[in-house]
Design a protein around this ligand. Sequence first.
Ligand code: SF4
Length: 344
Amino acid sequence: MKLLLHTCCAPCSVYCIDELRSENIEPTVYWFNPNIHPYMEYKARRDCLKEYTKSINVEAIFEEEYGLDEFCKNVVCDLKNRCQNYCYRVRLEQTAKYAKEHGYDTISTTLLVSPYQKHEILKEQGEEIAQKYGLNFLYRDFRVGFREGQAKARELGLYMQKYCGCIFSEEMRYYNRNPIQTTNTNGYEIPKEPRMQVKKIENKEDYIDLLLEADPSKDMIHKYLNDSDVYALKKEDELISIAVILHIDRKTLELKNIVTKENYRNKGYAKTLLKSLCGNYKQKYDRMLVGTTENNIPFYVKQGFDKYEKTIKNFFIDNYKEEIKDGELTCTDLIYYSKDLKKK
Ligand code: SF4
């Protein structure tokens, strides 16, 4: 594979390049970002990427186009949709064009690492544009490594930008610092929806109390917790949901526990977390198992866990000291379903 990796800045490239190299994919970094304003900001980000790519010995191509005029002309009539209508497209299109002319067979973008971008739209546009040029689009949900990459970038002393890039996103900084007090007819504030993120958890034991709400035995939790990956869905710094994923073999995972904090339940957060994890793991794994009680089968089937695997008879009676209730149901058997992670 000869990969041309559109790169928006050095900090976002850190995790993407590390991850690709861990898969033995050596990308060529491609800088083309006429969406970064004003010029000193453009220069700061570009120069930092130049230094960084040199320091890690990765090939890099810098397409110089500051392009404030052209950018504004193309977005000003529909500022709300500027990211997907112009900004992503112009960058992906130029990347594909360059790739085609210079013998690359695959393109991708570091924009896929950012939880602040419209990820699904990027994927869709990337695939569409790559196809138009007879190229492949390498898709990865790099978002799972966003914090890790940013932390490493900070440690390395890379230039960390404070806004997305265009002057309109820069303006948002002002509004975020000086919020307009919006009120509804009853006269109370409408809070702005904070950003969501999925974060890998290292201090797993700190989350035992929450995990016990889904699996009420510490002994059982300790049988899988150490060997598992634990992820939290957070709204800014507030924990919403948590999921525990055990690696069964090279191609198979098992969802061992997923739970949402009580005040956030029935709002689709567990679904959001699960979807994000499946999207991420499908790069390396083929299927994910889940063992569940009867009551929860419809939830999992809706999330794509639609293949029945097996039933472990009397699992809850044999493994738990006390009777386990799931709503009205007294739990006895553990029923396994699986999801094909590669299935579209
Ligand atoms: S907010 Fe970011 S992605 Fe959207 S148009 Fe501005 S620079 Fe481009």
